[in-house]
Design a protein around this ligand. Structure first.
Ligand SMILES: Nc1ncnc2c1ncn2[C@@H]1O[C@H](COP(=O)(O)OP(=O)(O)OP(=O)(O)O)[C@@H](O)[C@H]1O
Length: 422
């Protein structure tokens, strides 16, 4: 059985005799067919990514072939649709192809010609669906989350992966912007070519950027924070990218990363509109973790399992009340913070609750002052951990003056440096 035999051919024609003739022809060639005399029923039948192709007549009373084509393409732009007409009408053929028909045949049909076309389209549909299913598997494995937002990002990524457009990714730090950018590269046709990561504040002169971009031929480049480039360098970059478009050669695919919607930077005049229009051929917003709480448990289990595997430790059980604590946390550090919490959990340190400490305190029956001290120390440690040892941020988070926090650090013997590496 060839690959194309696994798929179906959906035939639409209001003339039952014609349908029977096609059906006979395709069955003899070993293809499975489905026939519809009413195009509206065919529309109802076809879901997105339907494993097959459509062959339709042009003139039908309920819905014209052109309208059927338009509606099918709105739902599934990649679905191959072959149009057949009794009238040799060149403008109509051109219109059909413009609306996405993969071919336009004129009656009387030459069976060998139709079969050759069908075989070609079934094979390319098969290839596309295989590619999409492998993309979806990779995305489900690498982009964890079950929220509607992450489902949507996976869908967008599977579409973008097959294109080669410049993409803007924006969101707060730790939301997974670089993860998504790397996925875009690894799913693209450039996957075997280099992926270069640059930061806007590293590029100081035109010759810096000229060297980087001209030497990086065929690569994907992830450029974080292009708004930090001088206007002169942004202008150079816009020209470089425009030139690529004009000459239809695309040595570089540029993926840019922002902390906020790029329009904000245009408003602040740190990003040139001329650069924005060429880097923003598509964009992806990564929402903060607090806005997609449905992802928290799944991400936590994913990171916990990964850490336990790395450490060759058995997977600890996670009770429901802890998962509910995680769900309620504000996650200012987004997925990165959650990853750190899961990694600590794997080695028995339970962050964001008094759980580990309370257990040891229960055993020693500490007096009240010790309990309070201990609890204060843990809250401070959690804040330092959250802000990677940055005292000013931790003090701000705890809503106490910085000086007071320093005094507390001294009292509890806590060293901010210990949190820098977490
Ligand atoms: N949905 C996700 N599924 C699996 N891992 C994720 C997901 N989102 C983020 N991560 C992981 O979380 C960590 C932080 O993500 P990433 O570095 O991509 O964040 P970022 O938004 O680029 O922030 P920064 O620019 O500060 O690095 C990485 O280890 C990344 O692999």
């Amino acid at each position: 059985m060839t690959t194309s035999n696994c798929l179906e051919i959906l035939l639409v024609d209001d003339d039952q005799d014609v349908l029977d003739a096609y059906h006979h022809l395709f069955s003899l060639a070993g293809y499975r067919t489905r026939i519809f005399t009413n195009p509206l029923s065919a529309l109802d039948f076809i879901p997105i990514d339907w494993p097959g192709i459509v062959v339709t007549d042009m003139y039908m009373p309920q819905l014209s072939g052109m309208e059927l084509l338009t509606q099918l393409k709105e739902r599934d732009p990649r679905l191959p649709v072959i149009m057949i007409s009794g009238h040799g009408d060149i403008p109509m053929a051109l219109k059909a192809v413009k609306h996405g028909a993969c071919d336009f045949l004129e009656k009387p049909i030459k069976p060998a010609e139709l079969l050759a076309l069908i075989t070609k389209q079934l094979n390319s549909r098969h290839q596309y669906l295989q590619q999409k299913s492998s993309l979806n598997k990779t995305l489900t494995r690498e982009l964890i989350g079950k929220s509607a937002q992450v489902n949507n990002i996976r869908q967008v990524l599977s579409e973008m992966a097959l294109l080669d457009s410049n993409v803007c990714i924006y969101g707060e730090s730790g939301t997974g912007r670089h993860n998504v950018a790397s996925l875009l590269h690894s799913l693209s046709a450039r996957a075997t070519l280099p992926l270069i990561q640059l930061n806007g504040n590293q590029i100081k002169t035109i010759s810096d950027i000229e060297n980087l971009f001209t030497q990086a031929s065929q690569a994907s480049i992830i450029l974080s924070f292009p708004e930090l480039l001088s206007h002169e360098i942004q202008h150079w970059l816009a020209e470089f990218l425009l030139n690529q478009e004009r000459t239809q050669s695309k040595p570089i695919r540029l993926i840019t990363i922002f902390s906020d919607s790029p329009e904000i930077y245009i408003g602040e005049q740190s990003l040139l509109p001329e650069l924005y229009y060429i880097i923003n051929q598509s964009n992806i917003e990564l929402p903060p973790l607090r806005k997609r709480p449905d992802d928290i448990a799944q991400l936590f289990h994913y990171f916990l399992k990964r850490s336990c595997n790395k450490l060759a430790k058995p997977l600890p059980s996670v009770d429901k009340s802890y998962l509910s604590t995680l769900r309620k946390h504000s996650w200012d550090g987004n997925v990165r913070e959650l990853r750190n919490v899961a990694e600590l959990f794997a080695i028995g340190i339970v962050k964001l609750t008094g759980q580990n400490r309370t257990q040891s305190m229960d055993q020693t029956h500490s007096p009240l002052d010790n309990l309070v001290n201990d609890y204060e120390k843990q809250i401070i440690e959690d804040a330092l951990y959250l802000f990677s040892g940055r005292v000013a941020d931790a003090a701000n988070y705890l809503q106490i003056p910085r000086k007071k926090l320093y005094l507390r650090l001294k009292k509890h013997g806590v060293d901010k440096k210990d949190y820098k590496t977490l």
